[in-house]
Design a protein around this ligand. Structure first.
Ligand code: URA
Length: 251
């Protein structure tokens, strides 16, 4: 936190306590030894007027997670990015997509999948009967790697807790990962996408379908057939779970 002479010390203290409380609660939920006791004896801190309200049910709201991310300097991508790309869509989306990392367009605008790959992703989402407003879209990284190089291990490690918190808050019924890095991160493996796609996996009890990244589909359109068969499995799974898309696909 940046401290300035004219900052209200009560607001600063409340923000610090709030941030500490959320961090301890996160570790407690993740099973960290001793963290639960710290949460139990914790004194309710006053919420500063500028602090984001919590989500119902005791989970962090997306606004709180964004607030905690702040002007992130946790990895070297902070020095080359223009905008943090947090993610967007519905906080209660039953369907969530996780891509790799922002590209040049996303870095300029601050939203995920707004370039050519984003146009294809929009078509995929619409073909499934959903819209960008009713799903949630995020990436494994919130900042653009220079020249769109692959994410590095330290960058993924620094960003991962924020993506996992977003998933915990949104609690989607199905996650679709786009490309290998997102699938590997959420599944904790190093398998190629060809070995993962086409079948459901689990992320913390949530059904997860890995499929090809839209940028790869733009480079090799012959893979679109397999991607669509993955998405059809997702449509059927959501239906089985009793989740209706806003514009059900025909046939
Ligand atoms: N590719 C991604 O993986 N994510 C984006 O947001 C844009 C392109």
């Amino acid at each position: 936190m940046v401290s300035t002479d004219d900052a209200d010390p009560r607001e600063e203290l409340a923000a610090l306590v709030g941030s500490l409380r959320r961090t301890v609660a996160w570790h407690a939920r993740a099973g960290a030894y001793g963290a639960r006791a710290a949460v139990e004896v914790e004194v309710e801190a006053p919420r500063a007027p500028s602090e984001a309200p919590p989500a119902p049910g005791g989970r962090l709201s997306l606004a709180q997670i964004r607030e905690e991310l702040g002007d992130c300097q946790r990895c070297k991508l902070a020095s080359t990015r223009n905008k943090i790309v947090f993610g967007n869509g519905s906080e209660t989306a039953p369907l969530m997509f996780v891509g790799e990392a922002p590209g040049a367009d996303e870095d300029r605008i601050g939203d995920p999948f707004v370039g050519r790959a984003g146009e294809l992703l929009d078509k995929m989402i619409e073909a499934m009967g959903w819209t960008r407003q009713t799903v949630y879209v995020a990436n494994t990284l919130k900042c653009r790697p220079p020249g769109n190089r692959n994410p590095e291990a330290d960058e993924t490690a620094a960003c991962q807790p924020f993506l996992f918190r977003q998933i915990e808050t949104i609690a989607p019924r199905v996650i679709v990962t786009l490309g290998r890095p997102a699938a590997n991160l959420l599944l904790g493996n190093n398998a190629p996408i060809s070995a993962l796609r086409g079948q459901f996996h689990q992320f913390r009890g949530i059904r997860l379908m890995p499929t090809f990244h839209p940028a790869y589909l733009l480079r090799d359109p012959s893979k679109k057939r397999e991607a669509w068969s993955d998405l059809k499995l997702v449509i059927a799974e959501l239906e089985r779970l009793g989740v209706q898309p806003p514009n059900p696909p025909r046939g």
